[in-house]
Design a protein around this ligand. Structure first.
Ligand code: CA
Length: 705
């Protein structure tokens, strides 16, 4: 704990108020982070406009700020009010909370900070001390997307699958639980998503479907950490019985021995709540392994993979589901952000749930029943015809099932997804959804050999593709691969209104405000934050952030002044990549400046002479694909998160290479040791393969000059 300080002057009173009845929404808060059901419901109705008390601001998760001091006219005067460095120079994906004067924000490795919202003074800092060796349990960096607040406590889901309640005044642990039940402890779960508090219960899922896990979501009593309910997203081995009738139904849609790898279906980000319908909606992830033919031979829809599932908020009992991608085999998750809204559709007001997941369809569902109101492609697709049939199923292009055909296929959107976790935003004033889009297409094919091992990257994909596949697959040459955009989408008219180029390989979160603005940034290393006209997309303001911006901005009001806060930082510092990970807070007339950017480490190709024969290099490629590619190979969609090993200085020494790969010299950074699964001959082959790749790149560079 560093910088400990209770904001007593600002926040008032004592912990004795803890036991008092929940205050009405209009009452003065009696302790830090005094959030209750009345306050959250009042915020949804337009109360407390200056607060941001849950990760999506309200239960609807529209991420719309009703503040308008910063508007299309005044935004030109927006400047930095203060900034705070955070401890870890890794990817930063959290949306801060703002409650009664204090910003609460989580950062990489599941740290949590509290800052004075006006001055930026650090009030406390919590480090859950995640062991470095669990870094390898996740696909996509040791990130965290935010915290939750309830009755004087701040909740964080920790990377090693703990859920921790902190005293909002001090940052000290009140309770800590392992979210994984004893019978599931064999699986490598992680948590990167924000917990949600639903009427006194903290609801959290997990990640790990790339590595072999069985997905589930748990509701914990917010005061005690006791389990209230748990909902599994895929059925267990039928020999073990079923937890409920919904899973018995789901088991009918699986073949083979899917349970040996857990099946996947992790709920690693999107969880929303409708208090009137008393439902919790779960966004369920991809299958484990990706290749459905290995997971469930002979087909099957594989419920509840890639589905939105509604459960009873009190009991966790299944209510309805809608499966977006039956038989999912392209890493198409339904974990992308969801939001609730009241939309005028066909002359009536419909309470809807919206999601624009990786698979490229924009879905509008009835929030009470799950009825599909519309499903509209918001980007190019190759896996369907772009249609959804009357039963609500996408009309597949048969060749897309590469596991079934045994042939590689160019999939658009790629496994990276047309929209990943990056928060989106809806403005009830423009009626538009602001959606971070990435246009991608990539070859996917079946692995020639596949031996599932829990804890390793389990995709069951790979293999080669003919050089001319982009010409021979119908339509492939025309698929857009244009990078990242911010899209303004009309969910009623089902059409794009405008798009801007946000420059980069991944999305960047969005915030719409009542000032007629949309804030969003650039994920590039020399990133920036911009304010756009919400109606037209015209850029009205931009400022450099000295780091990639992937997290969502948020806005709050304190002392009659509106602020915009943005957490910045993207990827793992390494070759050609540096990060000024910080919390940046802007206000009108702000004059603070950032310190000069440290130079990014230069990208230099300096491999030794090749020391191995072709067969060893080929072995090295296979070993690299199985063990390293998930993080270190761009065609696996690593999005530049992790170092490109062609540039590693350690290629020059087997000893230096093995110190990391076998012995774990970089384990504190999350680069796990592979000494339990690779032999020295294996790492020599991997190094030979990387040396080969480095020489190929040098030759390509020379040919270009
Ligand atoms: Ca995935």
């Amino acid at each position: 704990m560093t910088g400990f300080r209770i904001g007593a002057g600002l926040l008032g009173l004592t912990a004795m108020a803890f036991a008092a009845a929940p205050a009405p929404a209009t009452a003065q808060p009696t302790q830090p982070a005094q959030v209750d059901e009345a306050r959250l419901e009042a915020a949804a109705g337009g109360g407390d406009p200056g607060q941001w008390m849950s990760v999506g601001r309200t239960y609807d998760e529209q991420r719309f700020s009703p503040l308008d001091q910063i508007d299309t006219e005044t935004v030109s005067d927006l400047g930095l009010a203060w900034y705070a460095d955070v401890e870890t120079q890794r990817g930063q994906e959290a949306t801060p909370l703002f409650i009664d004067g204090v910003l609460y924000v989580s950062t990489a490795w599941s740290h949590v900070y509290a800052f004075d919202g006006k001055t930026g003074e650090q009030l406390w800092h919590y480090d859950p001390e995640v062991p470095g060796e669990v870094g390898g349990h996740g696909c996509c960096d040791v990130v965290n997307r935010g915290v939750a607040a309830w009755n004087g406590k701040i909740y964080v889901g920790v990377y090693d699958a703990r859920l921790v309640a902190l005293d909002a005044a001090t940052g000290e642990e009140v309770w800590s639980v392992n979210t994984v039940a004893e019978q599931d402890s064999k699986w490598p779960y992680t948590i990167t998503g924000a917990p949600r508090v639903v009427n006194g219960k903290v609801v959290i899922g997990n990640g790990g479907a790339e590595f072999g896990v069985r997905g589930f979501v748990t509701a914990f009593d917010a005061e005690t950490g006791d389990v209230v309910w748990r909902f599994y997203t895929v059925p267990d081995n039928p020999a073990n019985g079923f937890e409920n009738a919904a899973l018995e139904m789901a088991a009918e849609t699986w073949n083979g021995e899917w349970w040996t790898l857990g099946g996947g279906g992790t709920v690693w980000d999107a969880i929303i709540h409708d208090p009137e319908l008393n439902l919790v909606y779960l966004g369920v992830g991809n299958g484990s392994p990706w290749n459905a033919e290995f997971r469930s031979p002979g087909g099957g829809d594989n419920l509840f993979l890639s589905s939105i599932v509604a459960v009873d908020a009190d009991t966790g009992e299944y209510v309805w589901h809608y499966q977006e991608t039956p038989g999912e085999t392209w890493d198409y998750t339904a974990t992308q952000p969801m939001m609730l809204a009241d939309l005028e559709i066909g002359g009536e007001t419909r309470r809807v749930i919206m999601q624009a997941p990786k698979n490229g369809f924009f879905y509008v569902l009835d929030a009470a029943t799950g009825e599909l109101i519309s499903g509209t492609p918001y980007t190019a697709q190759s896996w369907t015809t772009g249609e959804i049939d009357e039963s609500g199923r996408p009309v597949f292009v048969e060749g897309a099932f590469f596991g079934r055909t045994g042939e590689p296929f160019i999939v658009a959107p790629s496994a990276q997804g047309a929209h990943a976790w990056h928060p989106w935003s809806y403005s009830p004033e423009t009626g538009l959804v602001y959606l971070p889009l990435v246009e991608t297409a990539a070859v996917m094919g079946p692995a020639e050999e596949y031996n599932p091992v829990v804890g390793r990257a389990n995709t069951g994909t790979g293999g080669g593709a003919p050089d001319d596949i982009w010409e021979t697959q119908p339509g492939a040459a025309d698929l857009p691969r244009g990078g990242a955009r911010l899209l303004a989408w009309d969910p009623v008219a089902r059409e794009e209104i405008w798009r801007t180029d946000i420059k980069g390989r991944v999305g960047s979160g969005a915030l719409a405000t009542a000032g007629g603005l949309v804030f969003s940034g650039s994920p590039e290393l020399d990133g920036w934050l911009a304010a756009l006209d919400a109606e037209t997309g015209q850029e009205l303001w931009r400022q450099d952030t000295e780091a990639g911006v992937v997290a969502a901005p948020m806005s709050y009001e304190l002392g009659g002044v509106q602020y915009v806060a943005q957490l910045v930082g993207y990827g793992v510092p390494g070759y050609g990549n540096s990060n000024g990970s910080r919390l940046l807070v802007y206000t009108l007339g702000g004059t603070q400046t950032l310190p000069p950017t440290p130079p990014a480490p230069e990208l230099v190709l300096n491999p030794p002479e090749q020391f191995a024969e072709a067969d060893v290099i080929a072995d090295g490629q296979a070993l690299f694909t199985d063990n390293c590619a998930m993080c270190h190979e761009s065609s696996f969609g690593n999005r530049g998160l992790f170092p490109d090993l062609r540039y590693s200085v350690r290629l020059n020494s087997q000893e230096a290479f093995d110190a990391v790969v076998l012995a774990g010299a970089l384990e504190p950074n999350g680069m796990i040791a592979f000494g339990d699964r690779l032999q020295p001959a294996d790492t020599a082959a991997i190094r030979a393969y990387l040396v080969d790749r480095a020489h190929q790149q040098m030759a390509a560079n020379a040919a270009r000059q």
